[in-house]
Design a protein around this ligand. Structure first.
Ligand code: ATP
Length: 805
């Protein structure tokens, strides 16, 4: 509750109404002067950077080792300047704080006083005070030529009071100002007074206060198809999370709209600022859907960070395996469950028999695959005997020998593909012991020599090589997954783990893959592939020679040069390909990771620190306890630090109240976050009379159109997953401000207005359906319409049963 008060308090500002307009104009002028000064300084720095770059290039032609080393250092520094200045020249100054004199006179490295608390005599007994320090806050820090701070980087310690100060705990801050600018022009200012009890003066003149507070201005803005950064209005409880030390695991929970995603993204930028070297190992942000990735991916560049951070959907964590389809809830439940681990372990080993390779069996005479009649199609490809000629005689391993050898090789837990050399060795051992070479001599040295010649001869014979390829093929995760679509084989691998119904469903769902495993994958299939690739192992391959890159000769440029030469997208792609592990992993919407997905994500952060944000009330996974156990396993014994965000910045109180009813049904006793604002617009209810889909289509379209006329930004229409394609057709004529979404796709997104179509359909779609409905109802920043069909049992006012008290 305290945090809510703080947030509400912080948006209350005092305005001098009588002369507001002229004061506002004057204050904009004051900030304009400062911005002009900053730009002059930036221009000087850009010239400096360009000069350094040119100079460095010239020195590079000299060629002495000293000149080259100097060139490296200069290119490095100049490049950093240019890169950052070019990126952040626009709209980078956004805040200002006016502070009382501090307790001690110490200054930090950014040139600002470090003391958080005011000096005892900073406020006079008659509650008057003089402003002793003014700091401007921006996306990067800029020092004047005399090293005084013109702009403080938002992540620097000196900027913390801009975010942390509240009227309850103001510290030294008297006035906090948000500056709106575009390019070189200041457009407006909004002030929050942190010490309204004081009569403060700045350079002897009264301290003016403008506007209704920056937060409300930010929240009232229309939403577009991409998320904006919140750097100018981060609230105190959010700032605590963003700046929390990155030790072990930071867990953040909070209801819809409390800023979890925004906080996670700003935290990534903060961590990089804090310790760029440490996070050179990369930060991975795992998002639930590609839609949310697309929605959020502009935020980090706007904060001046991009290269080190990979934002990936959970269905895109495995290279070359992009999820493109959804599973029915009853299939997701099977594929996501940790029971699959046992099934996969069996499949990874069992798939050696009867490999699902589509190739035609080898020609007669090339390989001895035994004389038996093939039992079933796939088994026909597994050789059942091996014959070679050694010392002029035929030596044969029969089915029993082979089965014993295989059993022997597989007795450990090593990945199947890595066991091939051992299989090869045991085959040679068995052939040797049956050959006549073994008893020929007694001299150990001679025997060893003979044996090594034997191994060399046999193992280079085409017959032997082809046998090994067929009998111990290199398995790929995709092929094993495809092999699981054979219900009979899957039945063997899943015995006593899945029931026959589950086996049938799973096999049928994997039937969309061909024998090589090509075909549409679901987000759950991707986690299974990742698990399989660990179980199967990747045999070492000869290293590909790296192409010669002249930049290799320059030290310290790794961090810098790619940023200038690659686009953000290319760099993210390259980093993702190169990395399988990260220095910090941020999981957004963590409540939705299935146990198998936790295993996949866990493998990417085995040595990482973590930030995990989520909300149990929005979980679409059916068995939260099972997921919690998998999450504990992924995170190991690392200590955890927990934070809770309590204020809903997205939904007006009217929408939040309606959603709270569903929350009470889904999770009785769970508290909803408090909405920070109210619009006075109640949610609207419309019931469709006729039972045909055409009625639903017409009403949904009309309601979406109605909302389009009432908001400036986007309208999201949320339907049950199996109506997605239909809804897209219904809404196509309305243009691109309207987006049709399946309930699971709505996760994390927001729109100015939403239409939620048939709450009952959404709720009945899966065992976690009520929580999914809760997500759907909490996407709007301004207006919500609920369209009900017969299934929703609407009352006379059109309110569906699920949304009544
Ligand atoms: N301090 C803030 N200043 C301005 N806007 C904010 C602030 N905090 C959050 N918001 C806005 O509130 C909205 C919700 O934020 P966000 O999507 O991060 O919430 P969330 O907790 O991840 O929600 P959900 O759990 O529903 O996905 C966004 O539009 C975000 O920009």
């Amino acid at each position: 509750m305290a945090a809510q008060d703080a947030a509400v308090d912080s948006v209350n500002s005092v305005a001098d109404s009588s002369s507001e307009e002229s004061t506002r104009t004057r204050e904009i002028g004051v900030e304009q002067d400062h911005l002009d000064q900053v730009y002059r300084r930036l221009e000087e720095k850009i010239h400096e950077a360009e000069f350094l770059m040119n100079d460095a290039a010239k020195r590079g032609q000299v060629g002495t080792p000293g000149a080259l080393a100097e060139r490296d250092a200069q290119v490095f520094r100049a490049g950093i300047h240019l890169n950052r200045l070019n990126n952040e020249f626009e709209d980078f100054l956004f805040g200002r704080i006016d502070l009382l004199r501090g307790k001690d006179g110490e200054k930090g490295p950014d040139g600002a006083f470090t003391s958080v608390e005011p000096a005892d005599d900073a406020v006079r007994p008659d509650l008057t005070a003089e402003i002793a320090e003014t700091l401007h806050i921006g996306r990067i820090g800029v020092l004047d030529s005399d090293y005084s701070p013109l702009v403080i980087d938002w992540r620097a310690p000196a900027a913390a009071p801009f975010y942390r100060s509240t009227p309850k705990e103001p510290g030294r801050v008297v006035r906090r100002r948000v500056i709106r600018s575009k390019g070189r022009k200041v457009l407006g200012v909004e002030d929050d007074l942190m010490r309204p009890e004081l009569t403060a003066t700045l350079d002897g003149a009264p301290l003016p206060v403008i506007g209704d507070g920056a937060l409300m201005a930010a929240l009232g803005q229309a939403r577009s198809h991409t998320m904006r950064d919140i750097v100018s209005s981060i609230q105190a409880e959010q700032d605590m999370v963003i700046r929390a030390p990155a030790a072990s695991v930071t867990e953040v929970s909070g209801g819809p709209g409390t800023g979890k995603t925004a906080v996670a993204l700003h935290r990534a930028a903060y961590l990089l600022y804090q310790n760029r070297r440490k996070y050179a190992g990369g930060i991975l942000i795992v998002s639930p859907t590609p839609l949310l990735v697309a929605y959020t991916e502009g935020v980090l560049p706007s904060l001046g960070e991009e290269g080190q951070v990979a934002i990936r959907a959970v269905g895109s964590l495995v290279d070359g395996a992009e999820a493109s389809t959804y599973d029915e809830p009853n299939i997701s439940r099977i594929k996501g469950s940790s029971r699959m681990l046992k099934v996969l372990r069996h499949a990874a080993r069992g798939a050696l028999d009867a490999p699902p390779a589509p190739e035609a069996p080898a020609e007669d005479g090339q390989l001895s695959f035994g004389d038996e009649e093939p039992q079933e199609r796939q088994d026909a490809r597994t050789p059942t005997s091996l014959r070679v000629v050694a010392f002029g005689q035929r030596v044969e391993l029969d089915a029993e020998d082979l089965s014993r050898i295989r059993h022997n090789v597989l007795s450990g837990t090593a990945p199947v593909n890595l066991l091939r050399p051992r299989a090869r060795k045991l085959l040679l051992d068995a052939l040797w012991s049956k050959s006549s070479g073994r008893g020929r001599y007694t001299d150990q040295e001679l025997i060893a020599e003979l044996r090594s010649g034997f191994d060399e001869d046999i193992s280079t014979e085409t017959e032997f090589i082809e046998f090994l390829d067929a009998w111990w093929p290199e398995l790929t995760p995709r092929r094993v997954l495809a092999a699981m679509s054979d219900e009979k084989r899957l039945g063997r691998w899943a015995r006593r783990v899945l029931n026959p119904r589950e086996i049938r469903r799973l096999a049928r769902s994997l039937g969309r893959l061909d024998a090589d495993g090509n075909g549409p994958l679901s987000v759950h299939d991707v986690a299974l592939l990742d698990e399989l690739s660990t179980l199967l192992g990747t045999p070492a391959r000869p290293k590909r020679k790296r192409e010669y890159d002249p930049l290799d000769q320059l030290s310290g440029l790794e961090e810098l040069m790619p940023q200038r030469e690659e686009t953000q997208w290319e760099r993210a792609e390259r980093l993702a390909q190169e990395r399988t592990e990260y220095a910090h992993v941020i999981v957004d919407e963590a409540q939705d990771l299935t146990p198998m997905q936790w295993r996949m994500v866990g493998r990417r952060g085995r040595h990482a620190t973590w930030t995990i944000v989520g909300d149990a009330a929005q979980s679409s996974w059916t068995d939260p306890d099972e997921a919690a156990a998998a999450r504990d396993e992924a995170l190991g014994a690392r200590p955890r630090r927990r934070f809770t965000l309590t204020v809903n910045y997205r939904n007006p109180a009217e929408i939040a109240a309606l959603a709270a009813k569903v929350l009470q049904r889904a999770m009785p006793g769970m508290e909803s976050p408090a909405a920070v604002r109210s619009t006075g617009v109640e949610p609207r209810f419309t019931a469709v009379e006729d039972t045909q889909d055409s009625g639903l289509a017409r009403t949904t379209r009309e309601e979406a159109q109605r909302l389009l006329d009432r908001v400036d930004g986007t309208v999201g229409v949320v339907v049950a997953m199996n109506r997605r394609a239909q809804a897209r057709k219904w809404l196509a004529p309305l243009g691109d401000r309207v987006v049709a979404l399946g309930s699971l796709e709505a996760k994390g997104l927001e729109y100015d207005a939403t239409v939620v179509v048939s709450p009952a359909e959404i709720a009945e779609e899966s065992p976690a359906g009520l929580r999914v409905l809760y997500v759907a109802l909490t996407r709007a920043t301004q207006q919500l319409t609920v369209v009900s069909g017969q299934r929703d049992k609407p009352d006379a006012d059109g309110v569906p049963a699920l949304l009544r008290d």
